[in-house]
Design a protein around this ligand. Structure first.
Ligand code: ATP
Ligand code: MG
Length: 423
C-alpha cells in the first residue's frame, strides 16, 4: 500500500523526524491517529511519531524540542516554521492504572507492546512514510475497512484502565461515522457509570468535540443508549421523558433534531440547542459542572432566553426591533430559532421576518443599527441641562428617534432634545 502524505509542513517535519531517527539506527514510524486518517483519506489533525529511541536520544537528535511528557516518553520536536511540531513518543508499555485515568508508571518497550496499550485498533497502526508499509499488530486495517471502533484487547479491561476511553469510543464512532464493535459497546454500557471519575475538563473536551462534529446527534444517541448521558448530562437525559409539542417523539428528540439542523454550530449554539428546553437553572448547572467558561455559559443563557422573544416581533416599533436585532448573539439566536421551528419550538414565519429585517438593516450600513449620536453630554450641558441621570435618558430617547429614522442630523437632534427638555 503506497500512501502519499499531504504536502504540508507538519507532514514534512514528521517525515524528516523519522528519517533522522533512522539514520541514528532507531526504529521510527508514524503512529496513531494520523495513520488512521491517512488510510481513510482524511486530513490528519496532527502527526505523531513512535520510536524505540529513548526520550534523551530524541532530544539529542533535534535542534528544537520540548520535553512535554519526558517521564512517559513524549518529546515535542519543533520545525523551522513557527508552530509546526510533531510529537515523538518512545514505544511504551503502560503499568497498572489505579486512578481510572492514568498509568501509575510506564516502561519503554517495542512496537508491538506499544500497539497493545493504545485504545482502539484503528488508533494502533504504524506507517513507514518512506515505503508506505503499514505495520498492524492488532488487525486495525481490517477494522478500518469494516468501519469499526474496537478496543485493543479485552474491552472491559481497557475501559476499566482509563474511563476517558468510554467517551473516546463514541467520539471516534461519530467523527468517522463508524459502528462500535458489539463486544466493545457491551463493555462500554457496563462501565458507563464510571465515566464520572474523569476530570470535568477532559469530559468537556470530549463533549465539545462531539457537539461540533457532523455526527453530533448520533453521538448523543449513543451516549444515551450507553448510559453515559444519564451519568454526565442528567438534565439532557431527562428531556427524553417529556413530550414535545411538535412531531419529535419527546424533548430529547427535539433537541437532537434541532442540533442536527444547525449549520456548523459554534459551541454556544450547540449547547443552546441541547439545553433550550431543559430550563435556565438546569442549563446553567450543566455548564457549571463541566467547568465551561463564564463567557460560554452567559452566551448560552442569552441565546436560550431570547428564543421566546421572537413571538410578537411584528408588533415591535422599529427602535425596539433594532435594539433586539443588534444584540451580540443575534445570529446564533436566529439560527437556533430557525432550527427549532422544525419542531414547533419557534414560529417559522417569525424567524423569516426577523432574518429579513436583520438583513435589510445590515444592508443599509452600520448606521442603521448603530447610529452615531450627533450630540454628546457636553451639548446637553451647553443647553443648560445639569449633569445627572437625565443625560442618559435623553441620549437614549434620541437614539430611539434615530433608530426609528425620525432624526438624522445634528440640527434634528438638537431640536428633539430641546423639545424634550421643554416638555
Ligand atoms: P485525534 O487527534 O484526531 O483526536 P488521535 O487518534 O490522534 O485522534 P490523540 O488523542 O491525538 O488521538 O492520541 C494519539 C494516539 O494516542 C491515539 O491514536 C491512540 O493510539 C493513543 N491514545 C490517545 N489517548 C489514549 C487513551 N486515553 N488510551 C489509549 N490510547 C490513547
Ligand atoms: Mg491526534
Amino acid at each position: 500500500m503506497k500512501l502519499d502524505l499531504p504536502n504540508v509542513p507538519a507532514s514534512a517535519l514528521a517525515r524528516r523526524v523519522v528519517k533522522t531517527l533512522r539514520a541514528r539506527g532507531h526504529v521510527a514510524w508514524l503512529a496513531g491517529g494520523c495513520v488512521r486518517d491517512l488510510l481513510l483519506g482524511r486530513t490528519p489533525k496532527d502527526y505523531d511519531v513512535a520510536t524505540d529511541a529513548r526520550p534523551e536520544e530524541v532530544e539529542a537528535a533535534f535542534e528544537k524540542s520540548i520535553p512535554v511528557g519526558k517521564s512517559f516518553g513524549v518529546i515535542t520536536v519543533q520545525g523551522e516554521v513557527d508552530g509546526v511540531q510533531v510529537e515523538v513518543a518512545t514505544f511504551r508499555h503502560d503499568g497498572p492504572y489505579s486512578d481510572g485515568r492514568h498509568p501509575d508508571s510506564v516502561r519503554f518497550t517495542d512496537a508491538q507492546e506499544d500497539a497493545a496499550r493504545r485504545d482502539f485498533t484503528i488508533n494502533a497502526l504504524y506507517l513507514d512514510p518512506e515505503s508506505g508499509e503499514v505495520i498492524d499488530y492488532v488487525n486495525g486495517v481490517q477494522d478500518l475497512k469494516a468501519r469499526l471502533v474496537r478496543a485493543v484487547g479485552d474491552p472491559a479491561v481497557r475501559f476499566a484502565e482509563d474511563k476517558l476511553r468510554l467517551l473516546r469510543a463514541i467520539r471516534f464512532a461519530c467523527a468517522l461515522n463508524f459502528e462500535l464493535d458489539d463486544a466493545t459497546f457491551a463493555a462500554l454500557k457496563r462501565m458507563a457509570p464510571q465515566v464520572v471519575v474523569c476530570s470535568a475538563e477532559r469530559i468537556r473536551e470530549e463533549l465539545h468535540r462531539m457537539l461540533t462534529s457532523p455526527g453530533r446527534s448520533r453521538a448523543l444517541r449513543l451516549m444515551q443508549e450507553a448510559g453515559l448521558l444519564n451519568a454526565l448530562l442528567p438534565e439532557v437525559a431527562a428531556l427524553a421523558d417529556r413530550a414535545s409539542p411538535g412531531p419529535a417523539r419527546n424533548l430529547l428528540a427535539r433537541a437532537l433534531m434541532t442540533l442536527d439542523a444547525l449549520a456548523n454550530p459554534s459551541l454556544s449554539l450547540a449547547w443552546s440547542a441541547l439545553l433550550a428546553d431543559a430550563g435556565e437553572e438546569a442549563a446553567a448547572a450543566t455548564l457549571r459542572r463541566l467547568k465551561c467558561s463564564n463567557e460560554l455559559a452567559s452566551r448560552v443563557r442569552d441565546i436560550v432566553s431570547d428564543v421566546p422573544r421572537l413571538a410578537g416581533l411584528e408588533h415591535l416599533g422599529q427602535a425596539a426591533l433594532k435594539r433586539l436585532l443588534r444584540r451580540p448573539h443575534v445570529d446564533e439566536w436566529l439560527e437556533l430559532a430557525r432550527a427549532r421551528s422544525l419542531d414547533q419550538g419557534a414560529d417559522p414565519a417569525q424567524v423569516r421576518l426577523a432574518l429579513t429585517r436583520l438583513a435589510a438593516f445590515r444592508a443599509q450600513g452600520p448606521q442603521s443599527l448603530w447610529p452615531k449620536l450627533p450630540l454628546s453630554g457636553d451639548d446637553l450641558k451647553a443647553l443648560g441641562l445639569p449633569p445627572g441621570p437625565r443625560y442618559r435618558e435623553l441620549l437614549s430617547a434620541l437614539e430611539d428617534e434615530m433608530l426609528e429614522g425620525r432624526v438624522g442630523t445634528r440640527e434634528g437632534a438638537l431640536a428633539f432634545v430641546k423639545s424634550r427638555m421643554d416638555a
